[in-house]
Write a protein that binds this ligand. Structure first.
Ligand SMILES: [Zn+2]
Length: 66
């Protein structure tokens, strides 16, 4: 697996990110749930994709893979 996302706590924090603790089932739901309306802007779609990618990455890292 190639990890293209830096996930060590210090660099995440330096990037202004905050931890989000969720049950694996909730994260799995997010990773599979696209809620973009048909007329969503590219920015919305990018954000949605980013969040879902992060969610599935988190599951994978903690042994709850797809
Ligand atoms: Zn979406």
């Amino acid at each position: 697996m190639t990890d293209i996302t830096p996930t060590d706590p210090e660099s995440e924090q330096a990037a202004g990110r905050v931890p989000l603790w969720l049950d694996p089932a909730d994260i799995r739901w997010i990773s599979r749930h696209c809620c973009c309306p048909p007329d969503a802007s590219q920015e919305e779609r990018d954000r949605c994709g980013r969040i879902r990618f992060r969610a599935s990455n988190a599951l994978y890292k903690h042994g709850h893979g797809r």
